[in-house]
Ligand binder design. Structure first.
Ligand SMILES: Cc1cc2nc3c(=O)[nH]c(=O)nc-3n(C[C@H](O)[C@H](O)[C@H](O)COP(=O)(O)O)c2cc1C
Length: 207
């Protein structure tokens, strides 16, 4: 079993996948489980992970992803979306607060206070602020999946090179879902290039 450090050394931004090799469904589900378990601000989990394995859908996505090979060659393309339907009666705040109330036996008053606090925070941030806030968080499950995939010998590539509106249109997403980062998964069909990283002294400062 590899350590996280070893997995980080093994993984790289894979540009070409072996199109013939598929990922077993149970393995894919285990990878997705690490996304589900990832931390989020207030525990809100305002995200959705769309798993695209259908070759036709991937082909339709390619042009809105600058025809990057990973889109069509990957065994599974995970489209990580933020959910902007956070406020309101059916919003994520409402849903999450009620769920945590039930699961952690919170009093009604406690749940109500939590909702009020969260809705107040969102109002203060405004729509654009909330969007940025949610987009910062979704990179956590994206990285969780990258590492979980590496643990299974599966390659990946975090990708921001796509047109969000185009991806949303192809996938017929509701307006409240915004594709933010793509994680194609598959098996490398190329050699791993030498990793280029600044030295420890450049990126870490001890005080
Ligand atoms: C937020 C983000 C967006 C990226 N977008 C793309 C992309 O659209 N296409 C691509 O081929 N690589 C993309 N990459 C991969 C980076 O180019 C790659 O991680 C970086 O060059 C370091 O190489 P390594 O991951 O192989 O160590 C992206 C990486 C990150 C973190």
């Amino acid at each position: 079993m590899k350590t996280i450090k070893e997995l980080m050394e093994w993984r790289f931004a894979c540009k070409q996948f072996d199109e013939q090799k598929k990922i077993p469904e149970n393995v894919l589900k285990d990878i997705l489980e690490t996304a589900r378990l990832s931390p989020s601000a207030y525990g809100l989990q305002a995200w959705k992970f769309i798993v695209v394995t259908d070759a036709e859908v991937k082909a339709k996505l390619a042009p809105v992803c600058y025809n990057q090979l990973q889109i069509t060659q990957s065994a599974a393309l995970i489209v990580c979306c933020i959910r902007t339907d956070v406020m309101g009666e059916n919003g994520v705040v409402e849903k999450y607060s009620n769920l945590s109330g039930r699961e952690q036996n919170k009093s009604e008053e406690e749940v109500a206070k939590f909702k009020e606090r969260l809705n107040g925070t969102m109002k203060m941030m405004g729509d654009d602020g909330v969007k940025v806030w949610l987009q910062k968080q979704i990179y956590i499950p994206a990285e969780s999946m990258i590492l979980a995939a590496a643990e299974q010998g599966i390659d990946s590539c975090p990708m921001e090179g796509f047109e969000a509106a185009g991806v949303a249109k192809v996938l017929e997403l509701p307006e409240y879902l915004i594709p933010t980062i793509l994680v194609p998964l598959g098996y490398r069909n190329m050699e791993q290039p030498k990793k280029i990283r600044f030295g420890m002294d450049e990126v870490v400062e001890w005080r």
